[in-house]
Design a protein around this ligand. Sequence first.
Ligand code: ARG
Length: 464
Amino acid sequence: MPDRASGAAPLWGGRFHEAPTGDFARFGASLEVDKRLWPFDIAGSKAHATMLAAKGIISSEDAEAIRRGLDEVAEEIAAGEFGFDASVDEDIHMAIERRLTELIGPAGGRLHTARSRNDQVALDTRLFAKDAAASLAAALKGLMRTLLARAKEGSDVILPGYTHLQPAQPVLLAHHLLAYFWMFARDLTRVEAARQAADASPLGAAALAGTTYPIDRRMTAEALGLSRVIPNSLDAVSDRDFALDLIYASSVVMAHLSRLCEELVLWSSAEFGFVTMDDAHSTGSSIMPQKKNPDFAELVRGKTGRVYGDLMGLLTTLKGIPLAYDKDLQEDKEPLFDAVDTATASVSVVAGMVATMDVHADRMALAAGEGLMAATDLADYLVGKGLPFREAHRVVGSLVAWCVEEGKALDELTLEELREFSELFDADVLSWVEIRNVVARRRSEGGTAPEAIAAQIKLAEEAL
Ligand code: ARG
């Protein structure tokens, strides 16, 4: 019986009398989302055609025609001249194959031998993920370099260190910035692990069970720069762990960016006044002329929620779907693209903000000096004079209570006032509580003293 499907028929037209149209076609299609996979789809098809010819499955003339046709398709897409046809192009794989066959005739129809869209989409998404992981890693390295450069500049700037957002002990600005450096260094290892997870070829799964054709899976893997083939054809078409890995890595990047951005929002407030964000990274108000808002920091903080949503979304999509490919898997790309695009753009924006912000060392120093942050050191001083630490803690505690009542800072106290609380205080205590000395005494490995910071900067340089 002749083909009874009316109008343009999809690739599987032979079995069908009718194709989805209108809302149904739109609902099932993924073209608008997966269009951007085209360079990977072209590369995968060229490698597949070359392998088919090498194994004698198609002729080398056909393989040559396919490769040339695919190059032409690529040029059309790159130039924005490709005529996507929403009525038949359900996804990018079908669009490219349709156009190829229009351009080169029957040879185009041989490309899909020993292959399925299930293999193709898994391959394209893996190649995309590898590429995207490399871009995210490059952006992270840029941010790490920026943090390190600003840390070096800030190696004699002191600011309060906080716990519970209460002033705790003074630290160097370099120390604070380097804490973020190490977060992003860990992100880099997570992104690299995700890149490695993607680095395997599903080609040759041929929908799910392998193929009767004498294919060479290693040949296509190697041609595409993939370091291994996936050992199980069912797993090859249904595994999206690599996408989860990259979304997870992106989520942790966002968690770190969000913490940094929250600090930039606080620091740029009138109350802190520790930094002024560059005009280019701030916006004004349409009604309040005095306003300068750290919008970009807030936006990154806000986008974090969306990226976490991407992770939960894909985790939930993957839950409970039977082997092997199910159409549910088409829902993998939106969260993957969104997460990695958002993380990569956010990293670059934050690097720009950190690079250009003005640091107000005077405000930081004032905040570090005006409080009671030398209290731990005052107790340590008494311990040095022989008092047990618990007793020293109690003495300094009542001294602090008195300072709070009197509205005094520790480094303003006179020796006489100090000796009201303990006879063990001598004249050297006055310089002991100076904030610069408080910082300089924290020489332990990973601590905030200038020489410990110099060692940490060396480690950070090595890490880069
Ligand atoms: N557009 C599909 C996706 O993204 C491609 C694979 C379709 N395979 C299938 N058997 N329907 O998952």
